[in-house]
Design a protein. Sequence first.
Length: 259
Amino acid sequence: MQGLIPARRSFDSSFYGLRAGILFALRVAAPPTPRAETTPHKSVLMRFGLTLSGHTVLVVTVILLASGVVPICRSSASAQHANETRIMVPTRNAAPRQGYAISLTFAGLPAPLTEISAYARYEVSNRDCVPIDYSRAIGGVKLPPEYHLDLVLQPHENSTFLTQVFTDALADADPYGLGPCKWGLQGVTVAFRSPTTHFLGGVTIDEIRAAIVVAKHYLILDFLEAPKVGERVFGEGPDYYLKALGPHFTLTLAPQRSK
């Protein structure tokens, strides 16, 4: 579970500039039609045809650019930086100081879990240190790298597990020569399984820093039978499920600053 995570897809604003440029060029190139020779009905049809042609050219252009038939000009150095962005591997901080202890407590489980794990989610907080990635969007986009770091779970009494996470577990670095990339903790995710179903829960960085106790609710029905929709079941609030769906079991996460 530990490792690099694919960056999110995003469109650059140059897409809208491309659309506007094409439509403007079509309007300029279209020959003017004298009013005396054009009926209202014919004028409407001509305008509709011009708009339809503009949209058609736009769609065809975007498809050609996206498919690579019409290449997007970029330097080889930029392309190399884009490839390096996706393989950025952070270095562990040898002496992290900002730690938080988190307890994970299950209640109401109908049967023992078959598997449980947890990982911390990190992301580069300052995207200015990342080169433009032209493979993700027309015109390029800066996507901050993400990283998952496995956490150690220690079994405790009464269906409880203990773990510790550090906000400064990953060391800052300047792999692209654009300034130091600063890793920031985004939250902690807990993944666990019953014989039939994969469940997810967790806490955000804001909840961790504020020491907010978070309770995630799950249906016992989903524990015993695989859900008909989706491969994973996410924890919800206490009032999310209808009473007719049956009883719940809970995962309670309680973070606090390490002493």
